[in-house]
Design a protein around this ligand. Structure first.
Ligand SMILES: Nc1nc2c(c(=O)[nH]1)N[C@H]1C(S)=C(S)[C@@H](COP(=O)(O)O)O[C@H]1N2
Ligand SMILES: [Mo]
Length: 301
């Protein structure tokens, strides 16, 4: 586990304020279709994010089921069988059952969403996802009024996922969201990147993407979605509960116990890529902050 958490961040890495303001103007954009209702100003809507290269997005990965190295998933995940694929939706829903991936896809509207992606390890990318809103899938199953949380589980198949034969984490990988977070229009299930089928190493055939939270919340290769009235367990909280809590919202003001979260290293930016400031809620504050009103984000980090 030590390897994963090694990093070289110091407070001296934080970008000076002038650069911050410049870059902030560039980075403030929220692109993607279907978000018009959320976007406050025209300037914000028209600003652009520069997507990270395909090769970087698909070769620098965290997917511990295939090993802890950043290049292990790309080297090993081709062995994963992703078709047929079934997602069990159960718990507090009107229509529990095994939903086939193909059937789900025939009912969903696939959109492109270009999102910032910020790992808790303080690196970042910009990913042009293709996918559908998680809300649409939950509506298909019919969420009962008692439901308060959504729990998700990754495939457990050690024959194809060699990392699951080792105790890096407790398997299967599990994650969860509060129901309002899960229903938020920014929350998607991604099935593609750059208009291509999502590669196995990125979580084929479908993975969660919650752009205002640290990357580990965005659980890959999902096989089960359970609606519940209790806060579900999450893998990194189980592993190191003092460092990883349930919410894990990106927050430059709350440092990880072992490193600063004030800035991040863009992956794939080349030789001249500078560290950049991390934005509150990863730049999605305007869209999501109201869900956390009245919560102490230093306690619920
Ligand atoms: N099942 C599963 N999901 C996972 C992980 C994992 O190890 N297993 N890693 C998480 C972490 S720490 C990150 S940063 C992102 C990485 O997504 P990417 O490889 O598509 O960039 O996936 C998240 N989802
Ligand atoms: Mo991560």
């Amino acid at each position: 586990m030590a390897k994963r958490w090694t990093n070289d961040l110091t407070h001296a890495d934080v970008t000076p304020e002038a650069a911050y303001l410049n870059r902030r103007q560039i980075m403030a954009g929220l692109t993607g279709f279907g978000l018009a209702g959320l976007v406050g100003t025209g300037a914000r809507a028209s600003a652009e994010l520069e997507p990270t290269d395909w090769d970087v997005i698909t070769q620098y990965n965290n997917f511990y089921e295939f090993g802890t190295g950043k290049d292990d998933p790309a080297a090993r995940a081709h062995a994963l069988t992703t078709s047929p694929w079934t997602i069990k939706i159960d718990g507090l829903v009107d229509r529990p059952g095994d939903y086939s991936f193909d059937d789900i896809m025939s009912k969903m509207t696939i959109e492109e969403r270009i999102y910032r992606f910020r790992c808790v390890e303080a690196w970042s990318m910009v990913v042009p996802w293709n996918g559908f809103e998680l809300k649409d899938l939950l509506d298909l199953a019919g969420v009962k009024s008692e439901a308060k949380y959504v729990a998700m589980e990754t495939l457990y198949r050690p024959e194809e996922m060699p990392g699951q034969r080792l105790p890096f984490l407790e398997w299967p990988y599990v994650e969860g969201l509060r129901l309002d977070e899960a229903m938020h229009p920014l929350t998607i299930m991604a099935t593609g990147i750059y208009g291509k089928t999502i590669p196995n190493q990125n979580g084929a055939p479908l993975r969660l993407v919650v752009p205002w939270k640290y990357g580990f919340k965005s659980i890959k290769s999902v096989v089960r979605i359970t609606l519940t009235d209790k806060e579900p367990p999450t893998s990194w909280n189980r592993a190191i509960s003092s460092e990883y809590k349930f919410y894990s919202n990106v927050n430059p003001e709350v440092d990880h116990p072992r490193w600063s979260q004030a800035s991040e290293r863009p992956i794939g930016g080349g030789l001249f890529a500078k560290r950049q400031p991390t934005l509150m809620f990863n730049g999605y504050e305007e869209e999501v902050a109201q869900m956390y009103e009245g919560m102490d984000l230093r306690v619920h980090f």
